[in-house]
Design a protein around this ligand. Structure first.
Ligand code: MTE
Ligand code: MO
Length: 246
């Protein structure tokens, strides 16, 4: 069965909207019209200020953003994808959503983009400041239509460490947080392989291991019990905290 590409329809509305009522009007309608989780989050926060991670300036950028953990993906599929510049990479969107689908790299780049300069803190004792660009995860989740039973978003990765697939997860507050983005650029360039090419999560209020690299899919789920080792992430299954707040 061919999966419906829900975002193409969404973007069609976007471009039609530009002609008819102007881009900002359309965007305003989408924001006003946010349903379900998105609206719930704003209600839960009382419409007040959302706690944000600090952002920095270009003068603060680390000269080199090192890689950590997996530095590439040791599979033929990944090597072939790298050889073609990740032109045919797909991000699957599934689980408890109304519109299952797959986003192409063009779909990801066609969404409204957010750029943020943030500090990455790894529990191994190093930090680096980088400029990340990509669509907010909330844009993708709103297009997908997260069902009310969903409590978490799971992030699937292409790499396998010592026999276990790397994965991560977060709650809906972080999933819909404005600084949670699916990054495809670091410092204005496509993501280097060591930093998770072609797509990686940035979830700025949490520690380094939450920032899943080599993303292949996102899934809305009710419970984390049946995923991986049941603790919500590769490192969590090995004893690290699930909520890794900075
Ligand atoms: N898929 C995947 N994501 C991952 C890792 C990994 O090994 N595989 N390592 C994590 C850890 S511990 C850190 S500190 C950051 C490192 O990101 P960087 O390689 O861009 O420095 O990625 C995180 N995300
Ligand atoms: Mo880390």
């Amino acid at each position: 069965m061919k999966r419906r590409n829900f975002l193409v329809a969404g973007l069609g509305a976007f471009f039609a909207g530009c002609n008819e009522i102007g881009k900002s009007d359309w965007f305003g309608k989408v924001v006003d019209g946010a349903q379900g989780w998105h609206r719930g989050l704003h209600r839960a926060l009382g419409g007040g200020r959302i706690p944000m991670a600090p952002e920095y300036t270009r003068a603060d950028l680390s000269p080199y953003f090192r890689g950590n953990g997996s530095l590439t993906v040791d599979t033929d599929v990944y090597r072939a994808a790298e050889a073609e510049g990740f032109a045919n990479w797909r991000l699957a969107v599934g689980g408890l959503v109304d519109n299952l689908g797959e986003l192409s790299m063009d779909d990801i780049r066609a969404l409204p983009q957010r750029t943020q300069i943030t500090r990455h803190d790894c529990v191994e004792g190093w930090s680096a400041i980088g400029e990340w660009t990509g669509p907010q995860l909330s844009q993708i989740l709103d297009a997908a239509g997260v069902q009310p039973e969903a409590n978490f978003i799971v992030f699937r990765c292409a790499d396998n460490l010592n026999g276990a697939d790397y994965y991560e997860s977060c709650d809906m507050d972080d999933a819909f947080h404005p600084q949670t983005i699916i990054a495809h650029e670091l410092n204005g360039e496509p993501l280097p392989v060591r930093n998770g090419a072609p797509l990686r999560l940035r979830i700025e209020r949490q520690l380094g291991y939450k920032h899943a690299k080599y993303l292949t899919g996102i899934e809305a789920v009710a419970s984390l019990d049946d995923i991986g080792g049941g603790s919500g992430g590769y490192w969590e299954d090995r004893g690290y905290q699930w909520y890794a707040g900075i």
